[in-house]
Design a protein. Structure first.
Length: 113
């Protein structure tokens, strides 16, 4: 009887030691997982910010492309007008004005102003 009580006590003692060790291991794993979650949240925030910035840059580029297309079309029209006015014998001032208009459109495309 004493042996069974002693054996039961030893088993309970060892079980509690193992449980305490297992609990500490689980606590450490939980801490590490929380750290990883925080790191991933920060990375997600950074990625969202990067995506937003890229979206804004894409919008700016699309607007710039649309403007470039518009000014290229205006430049082409001005050049065609200058060619036809030169061909038809219009005043030199008129076709030079059209060429200047085309140059300013091309300058806008090249330099953005």
């Amino acid at each position: 009887m004493k042996q069974s009580i002693l054996l039961t006590f030893i088993i309970l003692f060892l079980g509690s030691c193992v449980s305490k060790s297992k609990y500490e291991d689980l606590e450490m794993e939980n801490y590490n997982l929380r750290e990883e979650v925080d790191r991933l949240k920060n990375k997600n925030t950074d990625l969202n910010s990067t995506i937003l910035n890229m979206s804004l840059q894409i919008e700016e580029l699309q607007e710039r492309i649309e403007n470039d297309i518009k000014y290229a079309s205006q430049a082409r029209n001005a050049i065609e007008s200058a060619e036809s006015s030169l061909f038809l014998g219009f005043d030199r001032i008129f076709w030079e004005s059209e060429l200047d208009n085309a140059k300013s459109c091309m300058s806008y495309i090249k330099y953005g102003y």
